[in-house]
Write a protein that binds this ligand. Structure first.
Ligand code: IPD
Ligand code: CA
Ligand code: CA
Length: 266
């Protein structure tokens, strides 16, 4: 598998940030039992990871814009390109010592995602994609799952929590989906959820209320693995709208219909 110079820069940045997160994750596991808990330490780990990525990416392409979760946006003198980065997706898992988190890096060119990397340092799983070049998990080419009916499908989702999202609306969505599928999962890292769809582990996924850095890399992974992904309205405005419904062409369509079913009247 040949990677472009740009994708290599992204991979190196993700691996470096991943190394830093892995070291800190070990410490977080020790801090669980401390009175103060690992909260502040995790905030620092998160910021440190973004700094590593930002420095590497801007060193390689100083004119590109940079949108990261943990720092002020840089507009960049090059109006066409923008890095979109979540240095730690799955913060709650990381904080609790659960090894399901990721680094997500995407490159946008004229509003289109052209390269994406999602890396889970705890499992050493590196997902990469370039537009037109396919999606990979480490060296293995990815293809979305081929199941065609919801009754065989395992579907990932995001669950709103204290202070976040519309709980009532989600419960209606869940009620409809749970009656149709083989299983529902909630990993806690949207970037990883989308990578799991690309890898055929999840047959589909839906979540609303996300941010550009949660989604950007995963959108390309799914498309390059032959999958389909839309926003809530069936359009392609996922990164800006923060809503995603994904799967292969059959499951994406079926899941879209089911999650959008109206609230039952009785
Ligand atoms: C969160 C994760 C989670 C999703 C949340 C995101 P963070 O990102 O992606 O799966 O449900 O909406 O905010 O805060 O861990 O970077
Ligand atoms: Ca995130
Ligand atoms: Ca984050």
């Amino acid at each position: 598998m040949a990677r472009s110079a740009l994708l290599n820069v992204m991979v190196q940045a993700a691996l470096k940030a991943g190394k830093s997160l892995s070291r800190d994750f070990g410490e977080v596991q020790n801090l669980q039992v401390s009175v103060k808990g690992p909260g502040d330490f995790v905030t620092q780990a998160d910021r440190k990871a973004e700094k590593v990525i930002r420095e590497d990416l801007l060193k390689a392409r100083p004119t590109y814009g940079f949108l990261g979760e943990e720092s002020e946006e840089i507009k960049g003198t090059d109006g066409a390109h923008r890095w979109i980065v979540d240095p730690l997706d799955g913060t709650t898992n990381f904080l609790h010592g659960i090894p399901l988190f990721s680094v997500s890096i995407a490159l946008e060119r004229n509003g289109e995602i052209v390269a994406g990397v999602v890396f889970n340092p705890a499992t050493d799983e590196l997902y990469t994609a370039e537009r037109g070049g396919g999606a990979f998990l480490n060296d293995r080419r990815l293809r979305v799952a081929s199941r065609r009916v919801l009754s065989d499908a395992v579907i990932g989702c995001g669950i709103p929590h204290l202070g976040r999202g519309n709980h009532g609306k989600f419960l209606v969505e869940l009620r409809h989906v749970m009656g149709e599928v083989a299983g529902i999962r909630r990993l806690g890292s949207a970037a990883l959820d989308l990578a799991y769809v690309a890898a055929g582990r999840f047959d589909g996924f839906w979540e609303v209320g996300l941010s550009p850095w949660d989604i950007a890399a995963g959108v390309l992974l799914i498309r390059e693995a032959g999958g389909f992904i839309s926003d809530w309205d069936g359009g392609t405005d996922m990164v800006e709208s923060g809503s995603v419904i994904a799967g292969n062409e059959h499951i994406q369509k079926l899941l879209s219909e089911v999650v959008k079913r109206p609230v039952p009247t009785r």
